[in-house]
Every structure is written in structure tokens, then in C-alpha cells.
Design a protein around this ligand. Structure first.
Ligand code: ZN
Length: 300
């Protein structure tokens, strides 16, 4: 660096205005823990407050011997609209004591380092951690399941969708080649994954079932009870055999390259964020929450 070069300063971060103290609900039904994303006003957009509450809920279920299966669902009209891009509760700061990965504090770091470290912790790191919970997880998906919402569904062992559900990956519109947890070509065939990612169009529940991403489709009215019924059945299986079966399937996926593919694509994802910041001044290619919402509406 030349002597007179000015390093790019860290992005200033405004304090968040949280609309709730309970961004995640936790309920126990017999041997099943029901974890529910609870920001219905914002389509269950995932801010850090929710991410860490999800982590606390998942670890509570994982560490409680009385719990043998987990259901993950969303309150209100949608499963999840994705990562929080601009609600009043958007929060970039994660206190160092809250961190779950070995990555250091990101908030005060300059240039591309800030986002790379931040997303290692809250997106890739958290999703990998949740995928490895040794108890079966059932996602009950209704309404919108977009971008970061896909990541929550994809770390689950079962995906049950109501007939009103749709799945969508609009990352290319934001100048990045997919969400941080790049499981696309493992959740559906590489051929369909190309279409899902490159066109970025809505995929309805029936098509998601047809391409193998969703296990079963049910009605909106029956969704929660059907998800709990699957979880209750899973909860009757021998605990250790279930944990090993889950580990075995994760192991097979990783032998097929899932883990290393994600590491490689994560680097591309951050090349894209940095490129966007250099060329448009924003990490998401000049998009705003409003422009992304309009894009979503266009496809209705
Ligand atoms: Zn990102």
C-alpha cells in the first residue's frame, strides 16, 4: 500500500430497533420441540437477534434428553423472507461473547474482511452447526421461503410444505451467485439447480416436491399438525441409531463434495460482494429492500 493510501473504513452501523424480545418461540409437545421464527411483521426476516435465538432454541432442544425431534416453522403468513435486508431490527453487530464459531469480531474490520468474517459466523457457520444437531429436524414451510429462508429449510432432515408454499433464490439480482449455504445442487439435480438459481423464479410446493427438494406436500390447515406427527414418529426411533443415521447421511453428502463445494462457493460469494461494493457502493449490487420486494411481486 502506498504511504498516502487511505484504508477503506468499516461501514458505520446504526443501532437496531427491535420490534420484539421474542424473535423465536419454543414449545414442547411430548418429545418434540417446536421452534418457530417469530417476526411475522417482517416475513420472519432473519436478523442476528433471530439467528442467535434460533441457535439457543436448537441447542436447548439438542441438549435436552427429553427431546427426540425438532420442528422448525414460521409465524404469520410466511416461513421466511430471508436475511434481514432493511427492517428497523436489522443488526450487523454480534457481541464477541455471543459468537459460536472461532471467527473473531467482524464489526470493526475494514473492507471485505468485515462481511467475510460476519458471514462465516452467522450464515455458513450457523447453518453447518445446525445441520449437525444429532436429532432429526422437520421444516414446516408455508408461504414464502426465499434465499436465507432456503438455508433454514435445507439444514432440516425433512421438508414438509403446504400447498401455498413457494421457494425462490433471487441472489443473482443482488449480484451474488447464490446464498451463503450453497446446497442448491444437493437439494435438487444440478440441471434444476441451474434453472432455480439462474432464472431465480418462484418454485411452487408441487414442483419442489416433483424435483425432490420437498418430502411431502399438505394443506395449509394441516401443515403444523402433519409436521408434528412426522416429528413424533421420528421421536420414537432409537436415539443413538437416529443420531448415527443422520451423521451417516451428512457424511455421504460431504463425501459427494457438499462441504468443500460450499467452501469454494463461499469464496466466490465474497468476491461478488466485494465486486458489488466496488462497482455499485452496496454489497448487493445496488438493490434495496424495496426493489427486491417489487421484484418478488412481479413474479406473482
Ligand atoms: Zn452474503
Amino acid at each position: 500500500m502506498a504511504d498516502d493510501a487511505t484504508p477503506i473504513a468499516p461501514t458505520p452501523i446504526a443501532p437496531p430497533q427491535y420490534e420484539t424480545d421474542e424473535p423465536v418461540l419454543y414449545e414442547v409437545r411430548g418429545a418434540v420441540a417446536i421452534v418457530s421464527m417469530n417476526r411475522p411483521k417482517f416475513g420472519n426476516a432473519q436478523n442476528n437477534q433471530m439467528t442467535y435465538a434460533l441457535d439457543a432454541a436448537f441447542m436447548r432442544a439438542a441438549h435436552d434428553d427429553a427431546i427426540q425431534a425438532i420442528v422448525i416453522k414460521g409465524e404469520g403468513k410466511n416461513f421466511s423472507a430471508g436475511h434481514d435486508m432493511g427492517t428497523p431490527g436489522r443488526d450487523a453487530h454480534v457481541p464477541i461473547e455471543a459468537r459460536r464459531s472461532p471467527w473473531y469480531n467482524s464489526t470493526d474490520k475494514p473492507g471485505a474482511e468485515q462481511l467475510y468474517v460476519r458471514e462465516q459466523e452467522i450464515y455458513l457457520g450457523m447453518c453447518r452447526r445446525w445441520r449437525e444437531i444429532p436429532k432429526p429436524m422437520v421444516a414446516a414451510v408455508h408461504g414464502a421461503c426465499i434465499a436465507g429462508g432456503l438455508m433454514i429449510a435445507w439444514i432440516s432432515d425433512f421438508i414438509l410444505a403446504s400447498d401455498d408454499a413457494y421457494f425462490m433464490e433471487p441472489a443473482l439480482h443482488m449480484g451474488v451467485p447464490g446464498v451463503e449455504y450453497f446446497a442448491h445442487a444437493f437439494e435438487m439435480s444440478p440441471r434444476i439447480a441451474r434453472e432455480f438459481l439462474m432464472l431465480g423464479e418462484k418454485m411452487n410446493a408441487q414442483r419442489a416436491f416433483d424435483v425432490g427438494m420437498v418430502n411431502r406436500v399438505t394443506t395449509r390447515e394441516a401443515l403444523d399438525e402433519d409436521a408434528i406427527a412426522i416429528a413424533e414418529k421420528l421421536a420414537t426411533r432409537p436415539r443413538f441409531a437416529m443420531a448415527l443415521a443422520k451423521q451417516a447421511l451428512n457424511f455421504v453428502e460431504d463425501l459427494r463434495g457438499k462441504r468443500s463445494a460450499m467452501d469454494g462457493v463461499f469464496a466466490m460469494h465474497h468476491l461478488a460482494h466485494a465486486h458489488n461494493a466496488m462497482t455499485t457502493g452496496t454489497i448487493i449490487g445496488g438493490q434495496t429492500p424495496a426493489s427486491m420486494k417489487a421484484l418478488n411481486k412481479d413474479q406473482a
